[in-house]
Design a protein around this ligand. Structure first.
Ligand code: NOJ
Length: 547
């Protein structure tokens, strides 16, 4: 029955931040040959697709999200021949390759913008968003950059401001100009023709802005911390017209077989669901970042997660395929947010929920945020707002992959200075060390992906949350989130996750009398269990096969 599902419905996606995965040429920065060298490792994780953050030519003001040439490769990452090799090596292993597409903005060094800023009557002038100064000479309106300061920069030569919601070297394209979208669609075709299996589309929900350039109203709930949050972004985000752009992008995807379009969208359920499209003609997967938004141990609670999962499931349109994300290159590492013990529970959750999981590199070994000394900070929002670096700086989650306990953690040759510092604990937490430990997080990750791959109930089965009463009480245990995954004619699974640090004795006999442990987070517990008297230890997760 799983044959009727597409690869991206059954599969697990693994995100690689290419600067930090593997340096093959000793410049301290990861590259494409490095990824190729590590493909056997990725295959051993049982992941089905890799998504690689931008590898295009870029002045790197936002580490590749400022693209200067959409169909080229930055020499620090390698060459187009390396991409071709990567693609064929990925495919040879039965995996898929997803690239990052950044349509909302280019680099200010992109030839389109160089032309656009050259004069007011250049044919590419209106490919970007230019406005006259306000009467006092200041920015045209109150719009803000995510990375601090106004979203407008004045261009002395032509006397107008251009829009950028990220750094000033990331001018925004104007999708109200009739030539811009067709140009972006051609770029998509270029990569799809090469055989790339899909795109993760950067800030897809920001691609259109208000054509009257109205001021955004103040945010009454602003907590006074991050300046960008001062306003309600009703004229720069989630404009209804953006759906038409996305439908046209999807039509290009549909010119090819089984390609995947994932949209980066930070919106609440009701709005997020619109990005599947009224006729399922927009994103295959609008990224669901609810787990990523649980930013600390205070919010990482069993009942919060249960309600979140149930609400998301209930909000999904009939044929909308769910997805879950635990970490990415923009948010603090999950092991730091929830602690190392709960990071195991988090991986079990991610890999047993219904829907496509996305793992951020290093999460399979429990990598944590790395403290970055002030003089080594690189990330633009942290450089622009040093007082907020600890909150919004993204360097700590972008540090080199920890491969072994040797020099530079096996990420780069000995003696090379890596672009970001290595984790201070890399000699203890690394792939090689965890390979040989049967109870490691790495081996837990493999056990989880292996089971998910072999059991249709876990990859495509239904999801139902179940109550988990303490033995002898009718009340559910607050720390426990339990759910069933099932599919006709195949084994069913009960997943029991303890989000707390106390042990619980549960009575789950309303589900079934007994079960067998298929995977436990400690990688030790196994064998049959009596569901009327199930002990669930602190920070423990269990996948139980129902007889
Ligand atoms: C979202 C990306 O994930 C982030 O890293 C980047 O800075 C912004 N978009 C701008 O492209």
């Amino acid at each position: 029955m799983t044959n009727s599902y597409l690869w991206w419905q059954k599969g697990v996606i693994y995100q690689i931040y290419p600067r930090s995965f593997q340096d093959s040429n000793g410049d301290g920065i990861g590259d494409l040959m490095g990824i190729i060298q590590r493909l056997d490792y990725l295959q051993s994780l049982n992941v089905d697709a890799i998504w690689v953050s931008p590898i295009y030519p870029s002045p790197m003001h936002d580490f590749g999200y400022d693209v200067a040439d959409y169909t080229g490769i930055h020499p620090i990452f390698g060459t187009m021949a390396d991409v071709d090799r990567l693609l064929s090596e990925v495919h040879r292993r039965g995996m898929k390759l997803i690239l990052d597409l950044v349509p909302n903005h280019t680099s200010d060094e992109h030839p389109w913008f160089v032309e656009s800023r050259s004069s007011r009557d250049n044919p590419k002038r209106d490919w970007y968003i230019w406005r006259n100064p306000a009467p006092d000479g200041g920015p045209p309106n109150n719009w803000l950059s995510f990375f601090g300061g106004p979203a407008w920069t004045f261009d002395e030569k032509t006397g107008q401001y251009y829009l950028h919601q990220f750094v000033k070297q990331q001018p925004e394209l104007n999708y109200r100009h009739p030539e811009v979208l067709p140009a972006m669609l051609d770029i998509m075709r270029f990569w799809l023709d090469k055989g790339v299996d899909g795109f993760r589309v950067d800030v897809i929900w920001l691609m259109l802005k208000d054509d009257q350039f109205r001021d955004e109203p103040p945010n009454p709930d602003w907590d006074g911390v991050v300046p960008f949050m001062k306003l309600q972004h009703i004229y720069t985000q989630n404009l209804p017209g953006v759906h038409d752009l996305i439908r046209q992008m999807r039509r290009v995807m549909d010119e090819y077989d089984e390609r995947l379009m994932v949209g980066e969208i930070y919106l609440p359920n009701q709005e997020l669901m619109k990005y599947y499209g009224q006729n399922y003609d927009e994103c295959h997967l609008p990224f669901n970042f609810q787990l990523i938004n649980l930013s600390d141990r205070m919010t990482w609670k069993a009942q919060t997660v249960r309600q979140m999962v149930d609400a998301y499931e209930a909000a999904l349109p009939q044929e909308g395929w769910p997805n879950w994300v635990l970490g990415n290159h923009d948010r603090h590492r999950v092991a730091t947010r929830v602690g190392p013990a709960q990071a195991r529970v988090a991986n079990m959750l991610l890999l047993t929920l219904r829907g496509t999981p996305t793992t951020y590199y290093g999460e399979e070994i429990g990598m944590e945020n790395v403290p970055i000394p002030p003089e080594s900070i690189q990330d633009p929002p942290a450089v622009n707002q040093p007082e907020l670096a600890h909150l919004i700086g993204r360097d700590p989650e972008r540090t080199p992959m920890q491969w072994d306990d040797g020099p530079n953690a096996g990420f780069a040759p000995a003696g090379v200075e890596t672009w970001l510092p290595l984790a201070p604990d890399y000699t203890e937490r690394n792939v090689a060390g965890q390979e040989t430990d049967p109870t490691s997080m790495l081996n837990l990750y493999r056990a989880l992906t292996n089971l998910r791959r072999s059991e249709p109930a876990l990859s495509v089965g239904d999801y139902t949350s179940v109550s988990a009463p303490q033995r002898g009480e009718s009340r559910g245990a607050d720390d426990i989130f339990a759910y069933l995954r099932s599919v006709p004619n195949s084994d069913r699974f009960l997943i029991v996750l303890n989000f707390g640090s106390k042990s619980h004795t549960l009575d789950l006999s309303h589900v079934a009398p007994q079960a067998t442990i298929a995977v436990a987070t400690d990688m030790i517990r196994s064998g049959p269990v009596d569901l009327s008297n199930l002990s669930c230890r602190p920070d423990e997760g269990l996948i139980l096969r129902l007889d």
